[in-house]
Design a protein around this ligand. Sequence first.
Ligand code: FES
Ligand SMILES: [Fe+2]
Length: 423
Amino acid sequence: MLSVADNEKLTKVGPGTPMGNLMRRYWQPVLLAREVADNDGDPIRVRILGEELVAFRDTSGRVGLISEWCPHRLTSMFLGRNEEDGLRCVYHGWKFDVTGSCVDMPNEPEEFDFKHKVKMIAYPTEEMGGVIWAYMGPAELKPVLPKFEFTQQPESHRGASKVIEECNWLQGLEGGIDSIHSSFLHRKIGEGKGIGLDGLRAEGLAGKLDVEPTDYGYRYTNSRGLPGKGQNYVRGYHFVMPHIQVRAAQLNNNGDWYKFKIAGHHWVPIDDHTTMVWNWFYSLDEALTQDEKDEEISGNGPAYVDPVTFRAAVNPRNNWLIDRDMQRKENFTGIQGVNAQDRAVQEAMGPIVNRSKEHLGQTDRAVIMTRRMLLKAVDTVADGGTPPGLGESYYAVRAIEDVLPEEDFGLDALSERMFAGAR
Ligand code: FES
Ligand SMILES: [Fe+2]
């Protein structure tokens, strides 16, 4: 459990809040590159960390991320004209470049030089791994570029998608790092054809967590004994500050190795009550197949998520399309799609869950460690210090899972295989 005050501290992310200040120290994914594919293409609204912004790709190919509100009389720059290296407000014609400088002010007499006195909020961006990243913190504290291993793969070997989750970001993150839930929430039953995972994760229900802090967050394993087999199913993960999970996706449902594939999520706050869940995945062996890129099994495919608004077809207003017959005969939830199942239980808690009422057990140790780490980092930033995870150490993190003899379990069993360069 968590005190009401700490819960508030961890969940509120707007400008000037303690957690908002921590979040702004890290690069955040803001757009899929395809959303701003063309020079002088359409501007697009971006909502992140409680801020209302507009993105556009200018004539030179630079991606601007500026306030949605024109500093003149505050109409929306979303209506703006994207022309010759700047976005022009359609109300009175003020034009701003990607740095937020006003480069034209045709309605004011030149001699007043008002143009140079007006500046728009603008955040630096970088394009990497098919994703546009933004840094929204103090300019002098900008960290190294977000070179997660997936961003360094060729396009054929990687994919990324995103979907809106209708609850606070921490609920999403805590669902992601809670390994043992997948034995239940994502379980298939009977001979049904419901989408979901079964096999190993359904066999070993009680898991043992092994958690080790690192300078970017922590890494952990969940080891499940496989009844009657004399084996452990050991699954490795990383948590990278402030809201990232990296996990293995290498074994099929029978426990056979099929590809050196790694996946992860960023849970990026849109505001205090809404989250953009980023899903990314990459292969170190062969190119991803179209099926893998389409993410049908995870419930992120085109049938589940609007490719323009990123709203989910399965959401709280339609009770996540829960099908009670499917729940009796095919899978644990009656909901289709692994990530849709995740969102259902997280959204069903309400916008911000009251953590002072929980009862946490042994398998919640990763959740507890995450909260401690985040609270400490919030205080570090409030005291003028440097939070963890701003260096290059996370560039090498990757995740692995394996089926091992029963005497091998925990982090020792996977050891250096959880980092690049030690394959
Ligand atoms: S409101 Fe934008 S130029 Fe006047
Ligand atoms: Fe899940």
